[in-house]
Design a protein around this ligand. Structure first.
Ligand SMILES: [Zn+2]
Length: 131
């Protein structure tokens, strides 16, 4: 489980729709695309993500040869820190490929500038004491 507390850069929460672990700052769930909160002054989801960048994106595909036995495939994504230690590992999906079938895969890492957050009044007060 994450030890990052609410209101801190990198804080996470569960999407109420799909239960994925997502950034607390997300206005739209990146997994299921559901809106998570109303953003005052934001006409569309994209405008709340105006500073979003994609510093990494990899597209690729595999095609089964025209003959041979079918393949089964497993898609796994791992995240490592700067010491090479694995900090996350996720099975994204599995499937099968028959002769001449193709599957395409896209891995993208989105990054947004984390702004200092104003702690809202109704939030549970588990945050550290202020000075
Ligand atoms: Zn979701």
């Amino acid at each position: 489980m994450s030890s990052v507390r609410p209101g801190v850069v990198g804080a996470t929460r569960r999407c109420p729709h799909c239960r994925e672990t997502i950034l607390e700052s997300a206005a739209v769930c990146p997994a299921c695309k559901h809106y998570l909160r109303y953003e005052p002054g934001a006409g569309a989801a994209e405008s709340t993500q105006e500073s979003a960048q994609t510093p990494l994106r990899i597209d690729g595909s595999i095609r089964h040869p025209p003959d041979g036995e079918p393949w089964e495939y497993t898609v796994v994504v791992t995240i490592r820190n700067d010491r090479g230690e694995e900090i996350a590992r996720k099975l994204v999906g599995v499937g099968a490929l028959s002769p001449n079938e193709q599957r395409s895969f896209t891995l993208s890492v989105e990054a947004v500038t984390a702004k200092p957050k104003v702690v809202r009044e109704n939030r549970p007060t588990t945050l550290g004491a202020k000075a």
